[in-house]
Design a binder for this molecule. Sequence first.
Ligand code: WTA
Length: 673
Amino acid sequence: MSNKPEGTGIDSVLNESRRFAPSDDFAGRAHMGSLDEYHKLHARSIEDPGSFWAEIAGHLDWFTPWDKVLEWEAPDARWFVGGTTNLCHNCVDRQVNASMGEQTAIIWEGEPMDGGEPEIRRLSYADLQRETAKFANVLKSLGVKKGDVVTIYMGMVPELAIAMLACARIGAPHSIIFGGFSASAIADRVKDADSRVIITCDGSWRRGNVVPLKDNVDAACRQVDTIEHVVVYQRVANPVEWHHEPSESHNNKRDHWWHDLMLAASADCPCEPMDSEDLLFVLYTSGTTGKPKGIMHTTGGYMVYTYYTSRIAFDMHANLNQVYWCTADIGWITGHSYIIYGILPNCVPTLMYEGAPNHPGPDRFWDIVERHEVTQFYTAPTAIRAFMKWGDEHPKAHDLTSLRVLGTVGEPINPEAWMWYHQVIGQERCPIVDTWWQTETGGHMITPLPGATPTKPGSCTLPFFGVDVAIVNEKGEELPNNTGGLLAIRRPWPSMLRGILGDRDRFIETYWSDIRTESGEIYYKAGDGARRDDDGYFWIMGRIDDVINVSGHRLGTMEVESALVAHDTVVEAAVVGMHHEIKGTGIAAFCTLAPGVKPDADLRDTLRSHVANEIGAIAKPDMIRFTDALPKTRSGKIMRRLLKDIAEGRESTGDTTTLEDLSVLAKIRESDE
Ligand code: WTA
């Protein structure tokens, strides 16, 4: 029986009572093999985080040791204070130095299946060392120095990994923009980060089509004037425009081919010693205003935490022939932390797949799992729901017996999808790790440990080591079990965000202002609603702010609204999330139009493409309704709750007494979809 908590629209399945314990066989070989062991170590990690994290950090290489594990003055944390290291070194050079240079670091598979065979590339740690060193020298030759933000807008090709590792090698923070974002989204992010160099591809493959990445960069460059260099990796060999400068000198040209620059580059480029708190990257994520936030992550703490969560949550062993595959795009935090930075230091090959899950057929993922004998598979609930819909025959046509651990991330997984994943993909043999975390947290925060934690479908279970999470009210008081409340984190953890680029006030307002105890302590507010059950297991109920989670990707409703009103036909827009079978949450937009504009199907198409141009295809509304007025309170605030009811075809049962004009609702209900 399921139960819908008021206002969240997400099944929290209060009575879900199924439990799945790890098999003895799995537990016997796992890093963490019992719940007791987990509880003991978790208690130690909370009581004495200093010694706990020092021990883990000692698994990795440091150029100079830290003086102090943690300095904490809320909301500012400094981890491994005074230590220097380099994340590219720990991902690549460390393996080469340990005589593992010939082992595979990255397995890459391209999307096209011409002649029935995909293109496959395997890069060893030695290859990665040579290529990152060369590309690091390329960046230097373009004037990039330690601290300069480099923008990366590429498809899923190994050169994307090389570019990011090269940035880390020389201490230039990267800002990676997902290849599905539009030119305006690139321009906004480039401006915000004051970036002078963009790395891109001529195009990328997606479901048999070319995504024109270079064209989008050209369009973005017309909107900002800071870009001095664009480096283009040739992937699809589509025609691209070339930006010529009259000057002949290398440094005055804007556009460069990756392969030309690499020809001349030396393979000798030592890793720059980075202070533990030096900026590693900026990654933009949506918030409740129209402007995305540049989330900042630094070097040492992020490195230690992503390395260790990968090791424990995916049960990674360097000597067991494992092949790990995360299906995310590197443009999202999941790809940063769990395709590259957390995985490479574990010496388990990380698989990168370029394209769509249903190209050329709906069994592509299972074909990849079978051919590469994937052992750990990490994907999103939206993908799982799509696989369910496409039919069991596709996974059943493949040998999936190599799989050991399955993972999910990005949004709450409905128990039905969880059970399907367990039965059809995991064949009732593989533990499922439902990992709750955020761009801001850098790594897994609440997750089962596959050899230790009995799982319950739909629950992300228990906090990771060092994580002190609680369900509280705004005074920081813990709520009783099974009561929905704010998900708060009460202590610092190594991979926590260090701020929002250039906006200290917004950092404090967004995360560190709403939950304050009577004694004046402040807690990190995740922005999710959740509850804890009697076993201490966490159940995420979804976002509590104006952020929606579409196919596991965060979008601010304000961002979509700003895009809509930027079109001359739209006077006012309100956007809400609505239930969607595959995406989890779809986008419903309510628009009032300028006088004389005809509200017809053509306009709907126009507005949908307009939003795709402004933000990217993921932000296209699933439903647009035209209306004369929006439901507002007397103080002028749009009542989104009521619009959500309409979008989902429900009667509004909540309070409507603050509504200024009741007839508005009836009119919207009568409008066409
Ligand atoms: C949601 C993705 C339920 C949540 C790593 C969070 C989840 C937002 C889960 C962060 C999960 C992520 N169960 N909800 N296992 N994982 N979320 O920044 O609402 O893209 O706040 O990071 O996704 O999304 P982001």
